[in-house]
Design a protein around this ligand. Structure first.
Ligand code: BES
Ligand code: ZN
Ligand code: ZN
Length: 493
């Protein structure tokens, strides 16, 4: 973890990074630098136009240095400004690592105008820098880069309770980086037991109420879907339940349900190997909901939140579940297995029904790397959402815009549910291909296992990893959904 401070004066730092947009001439804080170096002359001489990805190392008097990081052009509407700002912070951190500068100041206060208030600016800046600092290199014998120690943020205006705000940013970032590590760990390490034990460790560390069910307890609960999908693996299934209680009189109850397939081979409906690559990330939904509780238990919002995460490995073997099997779920409903690769929904069916019965929530939100179709439809920058609740959908979209965990809503008319009809079971686990719309039909399957309308399904298949461009998140897992859910819960009345 980086240690953060705020400062009113950059002159005391050996190295200062200044993020500048293309109209940098009007930037107030550049006056502070004026005595130290002639930035305009330097800029011209070095063809520095403050474009995205551009930087300029400006040596100054007294062995100090100022490093300009290009922001690009500011948009007149706020559409892309936050992305550009977060990515510029990412570039700042990367440059500092490259130059092995462990202790520096960042001048970015100019961009506070993109946020609702200064607190949000400070919190998100800390959070984004911590996320930029994450690298999954623990299994490499040679570590790649220097570790950043201290960052001071220039905040010329007073920010009340700044220490508390910095801490909040760090709590969320730490939870996200914990989640990213679980996702990035290879499936031979991060199997269901490993994830369950990691959740248990966090629960013990932060005093979170927890239940970790093993296979025989899952059998007792008759979670036929979890057992079926887990049956082909030598690694037994687990079921994690973590609870945050607010003790607030008007608390709403929110259930979070996350798909935890620690590796998805497809099972006997085996995936071709090029489609199997990256299927270690198929537990990201579980990591998201577990980590959200880890963050909430420290942030202490006024609502009660409980996370449910079924954990299995989907493997082909002599003991695997098969196509044509009929599985009986926790709530007594039956699924015809038409494709063992549509396994996420089969485990979520049990978990959703269980969450509703156990907790009687006001809202249920599930998070899952559910369909390749979602990646085709929305790519890597928007999570797909299907929701039967207008208010919930609207609030999640708003939280997405604020946090950068963008959400796009898809339709949910009953017409789509006809894709799941089966002659021999209550529902088929795989939508009739004539209906297309794989993300929506998958969501319609999930919907059959809950009674409440206050439900949202988040398909993170495209957003949990594999971002094709260089952003502040770098390579590997993104930890998508945690910022989103924390923001949603903190802003819920
Ligand atoms: N885990 C996959 C979905 C996925 C695909 C996540 C690509 C991330 C990237 C899921 O279990 C799956 O295999 N879904 C099938 C469903 C189909 C068999 C109905 C799919 O999307 O092809
Ligand atoms: Zn699958
Ligand atoms: Zn899967």
């Amino acid at each position: 973890m980086i240690s953060f401070n705020t400062t009113k004066n950059i002159q005391t730092f050996k190295t200062t990074f200044i993020i500048v947009s293309r109209d940098f001439k009007i930037k107030n804080s550049l006056n502070l630098v004026k005595d130290a170096c002639d930035f305009e002359k330097l800029g011209k001489a070095n063809k520095f136009l403050a474009n995205i990805n551009q930087f300029l190392v400006a040596p100054c008097k007294d062995e100090k240095q100022i490093i300009f990081i290009g922001f690009g052009k500011e948009e007149s509407e706020n559409l892309d400004n936050l992305d550009s700002y977060r990515n510029a912070l990412g570039k700042t951190l990367k440059k500092a690592k490259e130059l092995e500068i462990k202790d520096f100041c960042v001048d970015a206060f100019e961009f506070a105008k993109f946020y609702k208030n200064k607190n949000d600016f400070l919190k998100d800046t800390v959070l984004t820098l911590e996320l930029s600092n994450y690298e999954f290199d623990e299994l490499k014998s040679k570590k790649q880069s220097a570790k950043i120690e201290n960052i001071s943020l220039l905040t010329p205006e007073e920010i009340e309770e700044k220490d508390e705000i910095i801490k909040q940013g760090q709590i969320i970032a730490q939870a996200i980086n914990f989640s990213r590590r679980l996702s990035d760990l290879p499936p031979n390490i991060a199997n269901p037991k490993y994830i369950a034990q990691s959740a248990l460790k966090q629960a013990e560390k932060f005093g979170i109420t927890h239940k970790i069910l093993n296979k025989s307890e899952i059998e007792k609960l008759k979670m036929g879907g979890v057992l079926a999908v887990g049956s082909g693996s030598v690694n037994d299934p687990y079921f994690v339940q973590l609870e945050y209680k607010s003790n607030h009189p008007n608390a709403k109850k929110i259930a979070l349900v996350g798909k935890g397939v620690t590796f998805d081979t497809g099972g006997v409906s085996l995936k071709p190997s090029n489609y199997m690559k990256g299927m270690k990330y198929d537990m990201s939904g579980a990591a998201t909901v577990i980590s959200t509780i880890v963050a909430l238990s420290q942030l202490k919002p006024k609502h009660d939140v409980i996370a449910f995460a079924p954990l299995v490995e989907n493997m082909p073997s002599g003991s695997s579940y098969r196509q044509d099997d009929i599985v009986t779920h926790f709530n007594g409903m039956t699924s015809l297995i038409e494709n063992t690769d549509a396994e996420g929904r089969v485990i979520l069916a049990d978990a959703l029904a269980y969450a509703e019965q156990e907790f009687n929530p006001d809202y249920i939100i599930d998070v899952a790397t559910l369909t390749g179709a979602c990646v085709v439809a929305l790519g890597h920058f928007y999570t797909g959402m299907v929701s039967t609740d207008e208010k919930l959908a609207k609030k999640l979209i708003e939280s997405g815009e604020e946090t950068g965990d963008y959400v796009w809503r898809l339709p949910h008319k009953k017409l789509y549910a006809q894709a799941l009809k089966s002659d021999v079971a209550d529902v088929a686990n795989c939508g009739n291909s004539a209906f297309s719309a794989g993300t929506i039909t998958a969501a319609m399957y999930l919907k059959k296992f809950i009674k409440t309308q206050n439900w949202a399904h988040l398909d993170i298949a495209g957003t949990e990893s594999g971002i094709p461009v260089d952003t502040y998140l770098g390579k590997g897992a993104t930890g998508v959904g945690i910022k989103l859910l924390v923001n949603f819960i903190e802003n819920l009345d």
